[in-house]
Write a protein that binds this ligand. Sequence first.
Ligand code: NI
Length: 139
Amino acid sequence: MNGVLRFGVSIPPDLLDKFDKIIEAEGYDSRSEAIRDMIRGYIVKRQWISGEEDAVCTISLVYDHTKRGIAEKITDVEHHHIKEIVTTSHVHLDEENCLEVIIIKGNSEKIRDFARYLLSIKGIKHGDFIIVSTGRGIE
Ligand code: NI
């Protein structure tokens, strides 16, 4: 369906007041745009949970390359996921520390498991991952 629809929402005034303050601080021009973003986020999250839509994930890992076995283990895991991995990037942060950024695309449940497995590798100092929608199915 094209265009936009208007709908009414019943909400306690104090809740709406808190919401308006937050969205103003975040830079939204209108309440409608903030609510549209929230609805998109909710839909995307539900699609991930059900595993029905592909997603894209950025995984960042910081580790000490002088510690034996860590770099080899990361590379080994990457070689076993060449179909899902879009790209990898390696940055030498200092004498010891490295940053590995991996972008992976595919079934949301599988890529979440992949990210969690990488983060669980012994010797990873710090890491995190962000899953986002591929953009399909949301406007
Ligand atoms: Ni390095």
